[in-house]
Design a protein around this ligand. Structure first.
Ligand SMILES: *[C@@H]1O[C@H](CO)[C@@H](O)[C@H](O)[C@H]1NC(C)=O
Ligand SMILES: *[C@@H]1O[C@H](CO)[C@@H](O)[C@H](O)[C@H]1NC(C)=O
Ligand SMILES: CC(=O)N[C@H]1CO[C@H](CO)[C@@H](O)[C@@H]1O
Ligand SMILES: [Ca+2]
Length: 359
């Protein structure tokens, strides 16, 4: 829909319907119409002595609004009957000043070409933005930062997300971000209903979850890798890279499929392939209001008052847990047990990119 509106707008623009045709006083003297000149001269003589349009073109102050000028030219000169009249004159061989005519039309042609080039480049920019599905589809050389993504073929609105263009060649879309905070109160509350986890919440510049639905749509369209980056309160960092990652759809509980670990943070998602009661691989996504973990005794999310996760009975990792400072001890907060066991993690992120283009 958005694309259609944009294209309609461009079409209207090319046709000259879109914008004000008024010329502000004092910007330039709008030349009288070609038709007027033609008619006036025809009464006297067919030779167009005052045909001085070339001068009018070069008199336009540089930097003036091209659009205003274009609209004025269009209004004054693009009446097809004028061109018909000129063609008739040319056929009659009635002595028009050919040099002036040539200058007028070649200048007019240049203006139109310039305008078309401009609209072309705007159009291709708009199209390229609309085709930004994830951070791997950005134009080459695009820096890390915030971008609008149009995820899925039925995308009705842009998803604002952060792109990492540096780590191992870039192209990463950050799907989860937990940043360092001075106090626990400042952190975003991740204890939320499934509804929130489904569509996403937070701010991609601070604490952020992009939404289960978005991750499902991206990771089901082609093969994706997952990378997790962690920082502890001493400032040490570690990462876990998974060569394959995707989330199943809503009807399958956004089940996580993940494999192919390498890194130095330890494998808290698949336990190096030895599936146990805490591995997240193969688990559905649970929240306090939607218990899909494998524990018959408890709701992991509700019981521990933690956020959502692909809980088993329950888990080796907790990147959506509550933000906790180290002075509050050890326990369930943001955790990655294979790296720091029950120590709280200061900052964490999950990011994904298509596998193919980076191997
Ligand atoms: C976070 O939100 C949940 C659910 O609304 C609420 O029960 C909990 O008290 C909140 N936690 C904090 C720290 O505000
Ligand atoms: C999971 O926990 C249950 C109950 O403690 C135990 O019987 C089972 O063997 C465990 N499964 C695995 C794969 O470790
Ligand atoms: C033990 C317990 O709290 N069970 C609850 C877990 O959550 C579901 C809803 O998803 C409830 O129906 C259970 O009673
Ligand atoms: Ca349960």
């Amino acid at each position: 829909m958005k694309l259609l509106i944009t294209l309609a707008f461009i079409a209207a623009f090319l046709n000259g319907w879109c914008c004000s045709r008024t010329v502000k006083d004092g910007h330039f003297k709008a030349p009288s119409s070609l038709g007027d000149i033609f008619n006036k001269n025809r009464k006297k003589t067919p030779v167009m002595k005052d045909f001085n349009l070339h001068t009018n073109f070069i008199e336009y102050p540089s930097g003036e609004n091209d659009l205003v000028i274009m609209n004025s030219i269009q209004e004054n000169y693009e009446r097809p009957e004028d061109l018909d009249n000129i063609l008739t004159l040319l056929n009659d061989g009635t002595g028009l000043d050919m040099r002036q005519m040539w200058e007028y039309f070649s200048n007019r042609m240049k203006r139109i070409e310039k305008r078309i080039d401009h609209v072309k480049s705007q159009t291709s920019e708009i199209l390229s933005r609309l085709s930004t599905v994830d951070c791997s589809t950005l134009a080459e050389g695009s820096p890390s930062g915030m971008y609008n993504l149009y995820i899925g073929s039925r995308a009705t609105h842009a998803v604002r997300a952060k792109c990492d263009q540096e780590t191992e060649g870039g192209g990463w879309t950050i799907i989860l971000q937990r940043i360092a905070h001075e106090s626990e109160d400042l952190a975003t509350n991740f204890s939320r209903e499934l509804r929130d986890y489904k569509v996403g919440f937070g701010d991609p510049e601070t604490d952020f979850w992009i939404g289960l639905e978005n991750v499902n749509q991206l990771s089901n369209s082609r093969d994706y890798q997952l990378r997790i980056d962690l920082e502890d309160f001493k400032g040490d960092t570690a990462f876990a890279h998974y060569e394959k990652f995707y989330l199943e759809d809503e009807s399958h509980g956004y089940r996580m499929q993940v494999s192919g670990y390498r890194g130095n943070a330890g494998d808290s998602l698949t336990n190096l392939g030895k599936l146990d009661n805490y591995t997240a691989a193969g688990m559905m996504f649970s929240t306090y209001d939607e218990d899909r973990d494998t524990s018959h005794e408890i709701n992991c999310s509700q019981h521990w008052a933690i956020g959502g996760w692909w809980f088993n009975r329950c888990s080796w990792a907790n990147l959506m847990g509550p933000y906790r400072l180290p002075e509050t001890g050890n326990g369930i907060g943001i955790n990655w047990h294979m790296w720091r066991n029950k120590e709280y993690i200061k900052a964490a992120s999950m990011m994904i990119r298509p596998t193919r283009s980076y191997n």
